[in-house]
Design a protein around this ligand. Structure first.
Ligand code: FE
Length: 362
């Protein structure tokens, strides 16, 4: 079974695609975005997938790729076109290559014209293709910089993309209106630049008169992408919290696992962590019990009492299942607390893992 997700970066309107093979657990990311590496890593973890490679469809001018950062965290191989002239890649792709993930693969097609190194990635059964900026929904990438060429793009799209089966779904590298997917048949008929009876000179006339300003981030993004997204200085690396081994969920909440919290408590470093139990008083003293040293502060009273909480010490929030305490981390962050994590699975998981607890009131 194929696992497929379409992810979005609202800053640059870029789509990132996750493709996974459910049997082997191997996955690819197409066009990951540097600022979303944490999100994408969380999704891979929650879906139980191993990232084997990232593939960039081209050297982007409007965002920095997450390829290098994902490799540092996941060991994934960096792949992009040989024609891109980028450094730090593990595999330089050529027309006709295959990129495998488990028992599935993508076929690589060279579709230059937006840039000289543009690739279109076609799923093995030709039911889906990832066109980067070569073909957008009712549009296409610009051809006025990065070795762009209207003639080349016209031929690439006609010969390598619109020649696919008519029901093949096409997933673009961007969409500025929130449209998500199209098909070969639709673009052949309705693409105003490349569909219908448009010929190469009609297309060149259209493309040479777009009059677009250069992308805002071009001077930052292109050099960074020629390094596959390696930052030019360590300062621009996203910093993860270091006060405990935390993971960020796809929903965006920092979590600590029960065993990791217990290790901190047992290691005598409990004093530096504030455990805040956000259940109601009756739950705090019932049979499920609470973590020794936890402070009872029901979710409904959290905002009103946030001034009583030490901002300098890390906070772990706890509830029955981990749901209310996840919301508590959101409220605390809104109130200016930065060192906050949710106890994953709450008291239910804590007890299931046979960790120490107390009953009664404190
Ligand atoms: Fe582009």
């Amino acid at each position: 079974m194929l696992i497929f997700r379409q992810l979005f970066d609202p800053q640059s309107s870029t789509y990132t695609y996750l493709l996974g093979d459910a049997v082997s657990g191997e996955a690819l990311l197409i066009d990951p975005v540097f600022e979303h590496v944490r999100r994408d890593t969380a999704l891979l973890r929650e879906l139980g997938l191993d990232l084997v490679a990232t593939v960039d469809t081209h050297v982007h001018a409007d965002h920095v790729t997450g390829a290098w950062l994902l490799k540092t965290g996941s060991g994934s191989r960096i792949m992009l076109s040989e024609a891109s002239a980028a450094v730090n890649a593990d595999r330089l792709l050529k027309h006709g290559d295959q990129v495998s993930f488990g028992s599935r693969h993508l076929d690589v097609r060279a579709t230059p014209g937006h840039t000289s190194g543009c690739l279109t990635l076609v799923l093995d059964d030709q039911r889906m293709a990832f066109t980067g900026d070569s073909l957008l929904i009712r549009g296409c990438g610009r051809t006025d910089f990065q070795q762009g060429s209207p003639g080349l793009l016209y031929r690439s799209v006609q010969e390598q993309i619109l020649s696919l089966p008519s029901d093949c779904l096409l997933y673009p590298g961007h969409d500025y209106r929130g449209l998500t997917v199209t098909s070969v048949a639709e673009e052949k008929r309705f693409n105003p630049r490349l569909g219908g009876d448009v010929n190469e000179s009609d297309f060149a006339g259209y493309m040479n008169h777009l009059g677009l300003p250069h992308p805002r981030l071009m001077d930052i993004a292109v050099p960074a992408n020629l390094r596959c997204g390696q930052p030019d200085q360590a300062a621009s690396m996203p910093q993860d919290p270091s006060w405990a081994p935390l993971t960020c969920s796809f929903s965006g909440v920092w979590e600590i696992q029960p065993a990791a919290l217990e290790e901190r408590i047992a290691g005598g470093r409990a004093n530096d962590i504030q455990i805040i139990d956000v259940r109601e008083p009756a739950e705090f003293s019932d049979a499920l019990g609470h973590i020794p040293g936890a402070r009872l502060l029901p979710l409904s009273q959290l905002a009103a009492h946030s001034a009583d909480i030490d901002k300098a010490r890390p906070i772990v929030t706890v509830c029955r299942s981990g749901a209310r305490s996840a919301q508590a981390t959101v409220l605390l962050q809104k109130s200016g607390f930065s060192l906050v994590a949710n106890l994953a699975g709450g008291m239910l998981r804590w007890r299931a893992e046979a960790l120490p607890f107390e009953q009664g009131t404190n």
